[in-house]
Design a protein around this ligand. Structure first.
Ligand SMILES: NC(=O)c1ccc[n+]([C@@H]2O[C@H](COP(=O)([O-])OP(=O)(O)OC[C@H]3O[C@@H](n4cnc5c(N)ncnc54)[C@H](OP(=O)(O)O)[C@@H]3O)[C@@H](O)[C@H]2O)c1
Length: 338
């Protein structure tokens, strides 16, 4: 059995729909989180048992012995990953998440001697991003410089915006010669699809930590396509984000808007991610990121139960690579010379 914590969030709800339709052969999840009303409704809807507890109560709980794996969908992970990793280590349970926060990865990867599997980064950007980088490195071994660009479409959840806010004041980095190197904020135009050029801003994405952790890289930079209106306000946002009351107010506002943001998502949108060197590219055209995240998590859960997982911290893609990639639906890959 496995425990799904944060089951009532946007990603959890999409995951449960996909679980019912496509993954019902998996061991049944036990739903968990801190909202009793939402969890009871989900439990009734999917015929699943549920448990209600906050992270503060987590250390006083005994996790049932039948639970082998905890899937933590509750973010920002700067708040939730550490308590869960401590409890999973103490109770000898495997842990999985969809973290995309680079500082949290730095802390996680520092725990190299953990005796249980810590399967991190099982979400869209990291699985698809590492998959594209891996394929690029097979086509062009030992490149001098790698760039990864993400053009995600179909809307954002409150949790994603909260996670992004936590990183707003943490600066911009690239990976070079075995370490993170601070760089100034900068933008560049890039034609990600024929005749479709977007402005990409340098961003400190998860892959800067997760990919060099298992694959040699000389230089890697990561970029996201951002709307012009965000780029106009970025400087001001970064300045006021250091002010704690502002962040707390934004969190409250986002929590109130969670339902609206989820309803406004376009689950049929397609997203694009390209990994490239100076002269070669791998482009991945995939379904909507939250939908893909639900599939990557459920596929990783299936691989965990069928293949097992080694102790220690590593990303979902680096553990199962081709097996995880092949399990993802409707992923279209094109590659060639630039
Ligand atoms: N890597 C990827 O590609 C990817 C994709 C999707 C999402 N994510 C990340 O996953 C996280 C969740 O996303 P979402 O779309 O599900 O967000 P969401 O719709 O805002 O839901 C957040 C969920 O986390 C729970 N939660 C938040 N803080 C908590 C805390 N301190 N203690 C206990 N529970 C807490 C919420 O519980 P309550 O209802 O009780 O508030 C809710 O269940 C975010 O960090 C997001 O960035 C990553």
């Amino acid at each position: 059995m496995w425990l799904l914590y944060g089951a009532n969030g946007t990603t959890g709800r999409i995951l449960l729909e996909i679980w019912k339709a496509h993954f019902s052969d998996l061991p049944r999840p036990v739903l968990a989180g801190r909202n009793p009303v939402a969890l009871r409704a989900l439990g009734e809807r999917y015929g699943l048992s549920y448990e209600v507890f906050s992270l503060v109560q987590l250390h006083q709980r005994t996790l049932p012995s039948e639970i082998q794996l905890v899937v933590n969908l509750a973010g920002p992970y700067s708040e939730t990953a550490q308590p869960w990793i401590e409890v999973c280590s103490a109770h000898r349970k495997a842990y999985m998440d969809i973290c995309g926060e680079w500082r949290t990865f730095q802390q996680m990867y520092a725990h190299c001697a953990l005796s249980v599997p810590i399967i991190t980064a099982a979400g869209y950007d990291t699985v698809i991003g590492e998959g594209a980088l891996y394929r690029l490195c097979q086509a062009r071994p030992n490149p001098e410089q790698l760039k990864l660009r993400v053009y995600a479409k179909g809307g954002f959840s409150a949790g994603t915006v909260k996670s992004a806010l936590t990183m707003l004041t943490q600066g911009y980095y690239i990976w070079r010669d075995g370490q993170l190197l601070a760089v100034p904020f900068h933008e560049e135009k890039w034609e990600i699809l024929p005749h479709r050029t977007y402005t990409f801003a340098v961003a400190t994405l998860a892959e800067l930590i997760t990919f060099p952790a298992w694959h040699p890289v000389k230089e890697l930079s990561t970029w996201v396509a951002l709307p012009e209106r965000y780029l106009r306000w970025r400087g001001l946002l970064e300045k006021i984000a250091v002010w704690k009351p502002f962040l707390e107010g934004m969190y409250r506002l986002l929590d109130m808007q969670r339902g609206r943001l989820a309803r406004e998502m376009d689950l049929n949108a397609r997203s694009y991610l390209v990994a490239h060197t100076e002269d070669y590219f791998v482009l991945v055209d995939s379904p909507q990121p939250y939908w893909v995240t639900a599939w990557t998590v459920l596929s990783a859960v299936r691989l965990f139960f069928s293949e097992g997982a080694e102790a220690g911290v590593s990303s979902a893609f680096s553990r199962w690579r081709d097996k995880l990639w092949e399990a993802l639906p409707d992923i279209r890959v094109s590659e060639g010379r630039l």
